[in-house]
Design a protein around this ligand. Structure first.
Ligand code: GAP
Length: 447
C-alpha cells in the first residue's frame, strides 16, 4: 500500500503533547500512577526502557569501550556517610527555599518566576513568602536492623563520589597510569524542591559520568578534549546546531567543587536547558577524600618521582534529560496529502526502541512472517503486529518511532520478497526474504 506524501511538518511545541504520547505509548509515565503518582519520580515503560538502554550503551561504547584510557565501574548507591562530608555536599549542596504562608506551597527562591499565582489570599494573587533558607537536597535513609541502632546515610546525589572513593583500587587493579578516567552510569537522588518539566527535573534520575584524572599541567588540554568529545556525541545523537549550544558558567554560578564549567544545553520547548556539564573539579575531590579518610590518594610519577594530587576533568550527562531531548527532537506532526496527518518519532534507527516491525497482511501469512521475525530477533528489537488495517499499523509504528516496517503479503510466497517501508520517507522497497536482515542491519547501524 503506497501512502500519501508529506506536505508540511511541525516540531513539538507543547510539552503536554509529548507527555500524553509518552504515557499512551508506554515510553515514560508517572511512577505509582495507581496511587495518584509521586512527584518527581517516573517509570519507563517498554519503549522508554529500550530508548534509554540504547542511549546508555552508546555512551558506554564511546566513553569506556572505545578508549584504552577509561575504565568502567558499577558502585553501590549508598556510600560511607563521611563521603558526603568530604565531598562538601553536607555543607554546600543546598538550594534557597521559600514557603508561601498562605497556600503553603514551597518554591526555589531563585525560580519564583515559575511559581504561578497564589489562590489562597483575598484581593491578591501574590504569594506571602518567608525569607529564603537553605535546603539540603540529599535524600537520607537509615541503615541497620533496629531504628535506635541505625545510622544515617545518604542516597548518592551524584554518581561520581564513589569513583573518587575507588580511585586507588581501580587504578591499581586496571594498571592504569595518569592520565586515565573512570566512568559509571547509575542512579542519583536529589530532593528537588520543585520537580518540573516532565522528567527534566526529577528526584530520582540517572547520570553517566566520567572522571578523568590528569597531571595539573594538562588540565586545560583535557578539558578542551572532553568538551569536544561530548559535543560530538550529542551531534551523533542527531541534535543539530540550532538545538545544541554550550554555555560557560560565570564565576558566581560555579558549584562548590568546580574551578571551571561549561554546560551543554538543548533547546527544549521550555527554553535552553542543561543536559550535560563538563567541569574542571581540580584536586578538590581527591584532596578532600585523602584528608577525610586519612588515605593518601596522590600519585608518584614513576619517572620524575614527583608526588602530586591528580586534577579531575568531569563530564556528567543526565541520561533522563538526554532521553527527554531525544523524544523532543524526534517528535514531528506531519500533514499529509489529502488532509490526513500523522505523528512520527524520528529517532535515529540505532537508538529507536523498536528497529523493525513485522506486519503480515493477513493472519494466514503467519508462518512466513514469524520466520522473518525470528531471523530479525537474532540482532534487532522487533515487534510483530497482525491486527487491524495496514495503514493503522504503520501509524502505530510511526508513533513508536520504528524506522522500518517489513510487510509480508500474498506475493511473498511467489516472489520470495517482503516490502520494507521507511518510516520517514514512507518509501517502499521490495527485498528478498533472505536479505531482509542484512538490509536492516546496514540501515540501523548507519551512523
Ligand atoms: N557530578 C556533577 C554533577 O552532578 P550536575 O550539573 O549537578 O553535576 C549533572 O548534574 C547532570 O545531571 C545535569 O547536566 C543533568 O543532566 C543531570 N541532572 C542533575 N539534576 C537532575 C535532576 N534533578 N533531574 C534530572 N537530571 C538531573
Amino acid at each position: 500500500m503506497s501512502e500519501a506524501s508529506v506536505t508540511s511538518e511541525t516540531r513539538l511545541e507543547r510539552m503536554e503533547d509529548l507527555v500524553s504520547l509518552c504515557a499512551r505509548r508506554g515510553f515514560i509515565f508517572q511512577s505509582s500512577e495507581i496511587y495518584g503518582g509521586i512527584n518527581g519520580f517516573w517509570d519507563y515503560g517498554p519503549l522508554g526502557t529500550e530508548l534509554k538502554n540504547n542511549l546508555k550503551s552508546r555512551w558506554w561504547q564511546r566513553v569506556v569501550r572505545a578508549r584504552p584510557d577509561v575504565e568502567g565501574i558499577d558502585s553501590a548507591i549508598i556510600a560511607h556517610p563521611r563521603t558526603w562530608e568530604a565531598s562538601g555536599h553536607v555543607e554546600h549542596f543546598t538550594d534557597p527555599m521559600v514557603d508561601c504562608r498562605a497556600c503553603k506551597k514551597r518554591f526555589r527562591a531563585d525560580q519564583l518566576a515559575d511559581a504561578g499565582p497564589c489562590n489562597s489570599r483575598e484581593g491578591t494573587s501574590e504569594h506571602d513568602l518567608t525569607d529564603p533558607r537553605s535546603f539540603n537536597l540529599m535524600l537520607k535513609t537509615q541503615i541497620g536492623a533496629s531504628e535506635e541502632a541505625a545510622s544515617e546515610a545518604y542516597l548518592r546525589a551524584e554518581t561520581c563520589q564513589p569513583i573518587f572513593n575507588d580511585f586507588k583500587r581501580v587504578r591499581e587493579a586496571a594498571r592504569q597510569k595518569i592520565p586515565f578516567g573512570i566512568a559509571q552510569i547509575g542512579k542519583a537522588f536529589r530532593n528537588e524542591i520543585n520537580p518540573r518539566n516532565f522528567t527534566f527535573r526529577s528526584r530520582e534520575f540517572e547520570q553517566a559520568e566520567l572522571e578523568f584524572f590528569c597531571h595539573p599541567s594538562e588540565r586545560e588540554k583535557w578539558f578542551e578534549h572532553w568538551l569536544e568529545q561530548r559535543l560530538a556525541f550529542h551531534r551523533e545523537l542527531g541534535f543539530d546546531d540550532d538545538h545544541l549550544q554550550t554555555r560557560p558558567h560565570a564565576d558566581d554560578e560555579l558549584a562548590h567543587y568546580a574551578r571551571a564549567a561549561v554546560d551543554v544545553e538543548y533547546l527544549f520547548p521550555f527554553g535552553w536547558q542543561e543536559i550535560e556539564g563538563v567541569h574542571d573539579r581540580g584536586d578538590w575531590d581527591l584532596s578532600r577524600h585523602s584528608e577525610y579518610s586519612g588515605k593518601d590518594l596522590g600519585i608518584t610519577d614513576p619517572e620524575t618521582k614527583e608526588h602530586y594530587v591528580p586534577m579531575v576533568i568531569e563530564t556528567s550527562v543526565g541520561v533522563d534529560r538526554t532521553c527527554l531531548a531525544l523524544l523532543v527532537d524526534a517528535y514531528r506532526e506531519e500533514a499529509l496529502e489529502g488532509g490526513d496527518s500523522r505523528v512520527v518519532m524520528r529517532f535515529h534507527p540505532s537508538l529507536a526502541p523498536i528497529q523493525a516491525a513485522v506486519l503480515p497482511l493477513s493472519k494466514k501469512l503467519a508462518e512466513p512472517a514469524h520466520a522473518v521475525e525470528a531471523e530479525l530477533r537474532r540482532e534487532l528489537n522487533v515487534f510483530y503486529d497482525d491486527a487491524g488495517n495496514i495503514g493503522r499499523r504503520y501509524r502505530r509504528q510511526d508513533e513508536a518511532g520504528t524506522p522500518f516496517c517489513v510487510t509480508i503479503d500474498f506475493e511473498s510466497g511467489d516472489d520470495g520478497k517482503a516490502t520494507i517501508r521507511d518510516r520517514d520517507s514512507m518509501r517502499q522497497d521490495r527485498v528478498p526474504l533472505e536479505g531482509v536482515l542484512a538490509y536492516l542491519r546496514d540501515r540501523v547501524r548507519g551512523e
